[in-house]
Design a protein around this ligand. Structure first.
Ligand SMILES: NC(=O)c1ccc[n+]([C@@H]2O[C@H](COP(=O)([O-])OP(=O)(O)OC[C@H]3O[C@@H](n4cnc5c(N)ncnc54)[C@H](OP(=O)(O)O)[C@@H]3O)[C@@H](O)[C@H]2O)c1
Length: 251
């Protein structure tokens, strides 16, 4: 017997990522695309009637948390792609979802390659004295540093704390050319036409440099992660951050 399709709606469906996700859900055998919403639509009033079980949110940095709360309150499950949802906001969503026996997920980057880069960073983090990140995105990206780079810093920080290492300290910073420092990691953001998305993390210690780089040429890189995450969200309990639980439950 074939699996029942998962009804999915997309918020921000005319945007770059939202349009890609809407097409993916419309064409994929495991999903039924039941609604596409844009800015100006009264989507909060329509979530419940749409029958969507999973709502994919890809709007503007800073809106993900508020939108995910509305989705949960309307009885559906949010899958948030939008940048800028903080770990504290994920905890708030988790508490709300558990109260409602529902689930959801916040994913700063759906690319499996980007996830592997971050795993490599977690492995490297306790063994080097310094780390810096250079990220590049297309010129229309509104936020900087990228949500992915911010998430990479968070993972490096947690990996060092778990290993009993002192927090990283950046050196020679304090002027614009040395980037924005977060948790001891200097972040450098480039916004250039002709680039889609790229992240390079450089770790250094005495006499050595370890660099990992991941590059995407288009939104196709997000497809596999979006499918796995949407299937996971359709049945999970609570709201998590990142693809870790998704990939653990899929393996
Ligand atoms: N997690 C990931 O893997 C991943 C990958 C790529 C991008 N992102 C993030 O996803 C977000 C969207 O990126 P994008 O490149 O698709 O941006 P985009 O092309 O600007 O698309 C955003 C869309 O959301 C709409 N929108 C804005 N405010 C809205 C609201 N209140 N309600 C409903 N729709 C609203 C916009 O409409 P208007 O044009 O009318 O404002 C636009 O159509 C960004 O935060 C980006 O950083 C995440």
């Amino acid at each position: 017997m074939s699996e029942p399709q998962i009804p999915v709606a997309v918020i921000g469906a005319r945007g770059r990522l939202g349009a890609f996700a809407a097409k993916l859900f419309a064409e994929h055998a495991h999903f039924e695309l039941v609604a596409c919403w844009e800015r100006g639509d009264d989507w909060p009033a329509r979530v419940s009637a749409s029958g969507a079980r999973v709502v994919f949110e890809a709007t503007r940095a800073g809106l993900g948390h508020a939108h995910a709360r509305i989705v949960l309150e309307q009885g559906a499950r949010p899958l948030v792609a939008t940048s800028g949802v903080t770990p504290e906001q994920v905890e708030d969503l988790d508490a709300l979802a558990r109260k409602r026996s529902a689930g959801g997920l916040v994913v700063p980057n759906f690319s499996l390659g980007a996830w592997i880069l971050q795993r490599a960073c977690e492995l490297a983090a306790p063994h080097f004295e310094r780390a810096e990140i250079v990220e590049a995105h297309h010129a229309r990206k509104a936020d900087a540093p990228s949500g992915t780079a911010a998430d990479t810093v968070r993972r490096i920080t947690v990996a060092r704390a778990n290993a009993g290492c002192a927090p990283l300290e950046a050196a020679g910073t304090g002027h614009a050319a040395r980037g924005e420092v977060r948790d001891g990691v200097a972040l450098h953001s480039l916004r250039l036409p002709g680039v889609y998305a790229r992240q390079e993390v450089l770790f250094s210690g005495e006499g050595e440099l370890f660099a990992v780089r991941h590059e995407m040429s288009g939104p196709e890189a997000f497809g596999a992660g979006i499918v796995l995450a949407a299937r996971y969200v359709s049945a999970c309990q609570g709201v998590g951050l990142g693809l870790d639980q998704v990939l653990r439950s899929a393996s």
